[in-house]
Every structure is written in C-alpha cells, then in structure tokens.
Design a protein around this ligand. Structure first.
Ligand code: SF4
Ligand code: FES
Length: 231
C-alpha cells in the first residue's frame, strides 16, 4: 500500500506521508504559510483561517487542518488567497485590539491590511479581570484563537479552567459560570499566558511594569505570588 502522496505547492513537487497537512508539507519545502491560531505544540482547530490556501476549483482550505491529497495543486500566494488574508486581518483588527500582538501586526504589515477599513463595525468589549496574583485577563485583546483553552485542557494541563462563553459575535473566552480564577480549577501553571498571541493574558508583574510601577515595588508586592499591597 502506498502511504505517500505527491502534490505540488506553488509549482514545487513534494512527496509526503499520508496524513501530512498542507502546512507541514509547505514548511518542508520552505514555503511559508501564515498562521495565527495554529501553535506547533497544540492541536490545530482551523479557527482563524489566515492559513487558507487555494486548492483549485475556487476552493480555499485551512492549511493547518487539511491533509495533502494525491495530485493536489496548492497555491499559497495567489491573488484570491492574498485578498482573503488581507480582509481577514482587517476584520480581526476591527473586532479586537491586536495592537499588542506582534505576529499579527507583522502580518497586517506584510499584507498591507487597512486596519481602519471596518472601524465603523462592532468591537468586542470586556471588563479586565485582575482577580488573581499571577496574571491579568484583558479579553478586549482576545482573538478567540482557543490556544489557552486547549493548553488548559487535553493538550497539556488537563485542568479545564477555561471555556468559550457567549454566542455569535459575543463569543469569548472565560471561566465556567464566570467564576473568578481562584474559584476555578486553575493551578496557575502559566501555560495559557505563554501561548497567548496577544496580551489578552499577561503576567501581573509585566502588567505592573507597563503601568509604570517601580520595579522594587513590583517585586515587593508580588513576592511569593501574593501581592501584599493593593495596587
Ligand atoms: S486569551 Fe489569548 S490564547 Fe486565549 S483565546 Fe484569547 S487570544 Fe487566544
Ligand atoms: S492558522 Fe490555520 S486556521 Fe488559524
């Protein structure tokens, strides 16, 4: 049984084992496909669609969750793909604050996306949750990439402190029943913070330094994981 598939990506022939995603195959031959929600250590879910590529017959698929097929002709940079990514970035920037997402800002620049194009549209609004001694949650900067939920669940920690909340445009990340973080199953491992592509999740010390708190005070107030003095 042949367990290899042959395809072309941007005209380059490539042979990969069955089950290889287009993203992985492209990476093997040095073709860079942009990603946002994808993280190499987490299960890919195909949520953001920035990695969409053209596979012919006017079909675009998310490269991070689509397996290579025999004879596929993949185009990662044609006009419709580039136009789609540009609009997607413009919509993303209109719905969430991506100012502190360096990889997203790089893509906005690369694709010449106009972040003011949909400025008249609705923006997600959330309170800032400063309810524990380790990190702050500012879901105004959340892009619903799902990475924090996955790393908190089966992909790593098996803690299940985070979930999706809301419906439609108001869908966001939060705790079950909106509990404050210390009242959840969270063990404060910090993995969610480490995989967040924006500053929706931010270590408390970093946040305090950004807010201009004196470094000595930051250390004193956060020593032992507990802020001794109210900020
Ligand atoms: S909080 Fe960060 S990691 Fe979690 S879904 Fe939002 S952007 Fe992604
Ligand atoms: S990177 Fe593939 S859908 Fe987000």
């Amino acid at each position: 049984m042949n367990d290899q598939v042959n395809l072309t990506i941007d005209g380059q022939e490539v042979k990969v084992p069955k089950g290889t995603t287009i993203l992985e195959a492209a990476s093997q031959i040095g073709v860079d496909v942009p990603v946002i929600c994808y993280h190499p250590n987490l299960t890919a879910n195909g949520l953001c669609r920035i990695c969409s590529v053209d596979i012919g017959a006017r079909v675009q698929v998310a490269a991070c969750v689509t397996d290579c097929q025999e004879g596929m002709e993949v185009h990662t940079q044609n006009e419709s793909v580039i136009r789609g990514r540009k609009i997607l970035l413009e919509l993303l920037a209109s719905a969430s604050d991506v100012e502190n997402g360096p990889d997203i800002l790089t893509l906005i620049n690369d694709y010449d996306a106009d972040v003011s194009r949909f400025a008249f549209g609705e923006r997600r609004k959330s309170p800032i949750y400063d309810d524990n001694p380790f990190y702050v949650r500012d879901y105004n900067q959340c892009i619903n990439c799902w990475r924090c939920v996955q790393v908190c669940a089966e992909d790593a920690q098996y803690t299940f402190a985070l979930t999706f909340n809301g419906r439609g445009f108001s869908t966001g990340i939060g705790t079950f029943m909106g509990d404050s973080m210390p009242d959840t199953t969270c063990v404060f491992c910090g993995l969610c913070v480490s995989v967040c592509p924006t500053e929706a999740l931010m270590p408390i010390r970093e946040k305090m330094l950004e807010d201009g708190v004196d470094p000595d005070d930051v250390f004193r107030k956060t020593r032992g994981g507990m802020r001794k003095v109210k900020r």
